[in-house]
Design a protein around this ligand. Structure first.
Ligand SMILES: [Zn+2]
Length: 82
């Protein structure tokens, strides 16, 4: 039977591999996105309280938008022009 500690190590390596693979594909994906962004305008907002960033395709955040990190409403977000 496998001792619990080596199982944990295996699991951890799996997660690390998965995480680095995900980061790479996210970077590749964001390159594609930069190219296609000329077609679709997005607006970026940053939470003034916690720094959370969100992108939407409307110039205003929805009235019922709530920051998933700290829970404040759209009035606490600043629009960022890139
Ligand atoms: Zn926030």
């Amino acid at each position: 039977m496998m001792p619990p500690c080596s199982f944990t190590l295996f699991y951890f390596q799996d997660v690390l591999e998965y995480a680095s693979g995900y980061t790479l594909s996210a970077m590749l994906h964001s390159d594609e996105r930069t190219v296609s962004m000329s077609e679709k305008k997005t607006y970026k907002f940053v939470c003034q309280v916690c720094g959370y960033e969100v992108e939407v395709d409307t110039p205003e955040l929805p009235e019922d938008f709530v920051c998933p990190v700290c829970g404040v409403g759209p009035d606490q977000f600043d629009r960022v022009d890139e």
